[in-house]
Design a protein around this ligand. Structure first.
Ligand code: PLP
Length: 529
């Protein structure tokens, strides 16, 4: 009986996992269907907003029988893809992840179908070597150590030049995990914070608490890291920025002195190379001096700005990054890789030993298994995507992407300054522009006399403008807050935030966005008045 049922099931069991037969020809057709839908979605100026009350998104049933592949793919192409956020549209200036080059599509598919697992050498074959090699290339970009250094460390199982992660958040967390364990390491009979925990570590070292110090523009992943590492998110000490939105170095020194006075253990000083908010780059060299003077570790968050290192013109903005103990570098921002590709680079190849773990059933000591020294367990071979981008685009290609992106930001800033109905709130240091729409009739002279209650009305206008535009065509820009000196005090105002990361965005596209915003802004202002 049992055998008979199995035999009856045979004809549809054409694949071990998916019970339907899809020929290679059909698969090509289905793949093209999705690709065409995605291209159309990115090219289109119409946008189907996601509606949480639509019954199509409310069923929680798993279909009992398989849905025919052709039907399923048609529904994805017809109903899901057109309602995706058009992040690769040249008119979309809202996000940090934008266009993925077509040529990386097959590489991303290869990563998925080879399904290598980087946790373990046995499950990743040559990809362990490829990942180490790719990390060495990025390490060299950041630290520029001599050839012999890379020759020694690139494939040495004892050395960790970096760690591949799922993104900047995981890289920053890993960096601070390492920094915490180094700052509060084993000492005499104390086995270190990694084994004994934070309370024992603070007691042993006679500290009142452990903190991370950076500017008010720190990415919120540092609050998460402080919390996960047991420090509490209040332990993320935020120092004010100066007029250029760089960390105020005098205030940093004072903060570090204050920590010393209060017997607080500073786990790391964090510099920002490309603030998420506005693209500003801290004066890393001076921060490294300061961290050195206090004997504190130095981490740099270059998730956004790291690729400036490819540019002869702008690399000097990051001077001092080579003195950082660790550097966060995102693939899915300015390297144009698919979301999910982060990197952490470590100046000292032995630094990651302080987080090393083994598992008897799997990770072997001295095995070269990459999972021994990373936060994440099973990990995809995304290093291949970085490897592919570095080869297919090359240093000169990235240099052009960076230089053109900065040029586009400057163009937008100039166009804003030429128009009375817009106000530039922060000149772009790199490629993010902060500005706002002003109600018609507000002359430049009148701007100087704005009160805080005027500001509140302008804030509301800009918030509505950004929301309305996003509802019509998908977000064009995002929003943030910027400190502003009004006639009766200083307080944050709402800013429109444009990220000029998409290489397909032309000057014409930039003007289109400004014209569209002016039209929406004038209409909203007329309604308010
Ligand atoms: C985007 C970003 C992060 C977080 O990276 P994810 O990849 O989103 O986790 C951290 N820091 C900076 C400066 C960023 O721009």
């Amino acid at each position: 009986m049992h055998t008979r049922r199995a035999t009856l099931a045979m004809p549809i069991e054409t694949s071990a996992v998916c019970p339907q037969a899809v020929s290679e020809l059909e698969l090509t057709g289905l793949r093209n269907l999705l690709r065409r839908a995605a291209d159309a979605a990115n090219a289109s100026n119409a946008f189907a907003p996601a509606d949480a009350t639509d019954p199509r998104w409310r069923s929680a049933l798993v279909p009992y029988g398989p849905v025919p592949a052709a039907d399923y793919f048609r529904s994805v192409a017809g109903a899901i893809v057109p309602a995706a956020a058009p992040v690769a549209s040249p008119l979309c200036l809202a996000h940090m992840s934008s266009l993925v080059p077509d040529v990386l599509g097959p590489i991303a598919e290869l990563v998925a179908v080879l399904n290598q697992n980087m946790v373990k050498r046995d499950a990743s074959g040559v990809f362990t070597l490829l990942e180490r090699q790719t990390l060495a290339a990025l390490h060299r970009l950041v630290y520029g150590a001599p050839d012999e250094f890379y020759d020694t460390h690139v494939q040495s199982e004892r050395s960790t030049l970096g760690i591949v992660t799922s993104g900047g958040t995981a890289s920053n967390l890993t960096a601070l995990w390492i920094a915490r364990n180094r700052a509060l390491g084993p000492d005499g009979g104390f086995h270190g914070v990694e084994r004994e925990g934070l309370a024992a570590a603070l007691a042993h070292y006679g500290c009142t608490r452990a903190v991370i110090v950076g500017s008010t523009l720190l990415h919120y992943s540092f609050d998460k890291a402080a919390s996960v590492l047991g420090l509490g998110s209040d332990a993320c000490v935020k120092v004010p920025v100066d007029a250029k939105r760089h960390i105020d170095l005098e205030a940093l020194r004072r903060a570090l002195e204050e920590c010393r006075r209060r017997r607080e253990c500073v786990i790391a000083v964090v510099g920002i190379a490309g603030a998420t908010d506005c693209g500003a780059v801290d004066t890393l060299d001076r921060m490294a001096d300061c961290a050195g003077d206090f004997g504190v570790q130095f981490h740099v968050d270059a998730a956004w700005g790291g690729p400036l290192l490819f540019s002869k013109r702008y690399a000097s903005k990051l001077q001092g990054i080579e003195r950082a103990d660790s550097v966060t570098f995102d693939g899915h921002k300015q390297v144009h890789l698919p979301v999910g590709t982060g990197f952490l680079l470590l100046r000292d190849p032995s630094a990651a030993a302080v987080i090393e773990k083994t598992a008897r059933y799997m990770l072997q000591e001295e095995s070269g298994d990459l999972g021994r020294r990373s936060l994440e367990g099973s990990r995809p071979a995304t290093a291949l995507l970085m490897h592919a981008a570095l080869h297919l685009i090359g240093q000169s290609g990235f240099e052009r992407l960076v230089d053109e992106s900065v040029a586009r930001a400057r163009y937008l800033a100039r166009e804003i300054e030429r128009r009375d109905e817009f106000e530039l709130l922060a000149a772009p240091e790199t490629n993010i522009v902060l500005y706002r729409f002003l109600p018609p009739g507000l002359t430049r002279a009148a701007r100087a006399t704005l009160t805080m209650s005027d500001q509140a009305a302008i804030d509301e206008l800009n918030e509505r403008l950004q929301r309305e535009e996003a509802g019509l065509a998908g977000a064009r820009v995002s929003r943030t807050l910027v400190d502003y000196q009004s006639a009766d005090g200083c307080a944050p105002v709402t800013a429109l935030r444009a990220v000029l990361g998409n290489p397909k965005t032309t000057e014409r596209d930039i003007l289109t966005v400004l014209d569209e915003q002016r039209a929406i802004g004038e209409r909203l202002a007329a309604r308010i008045v």
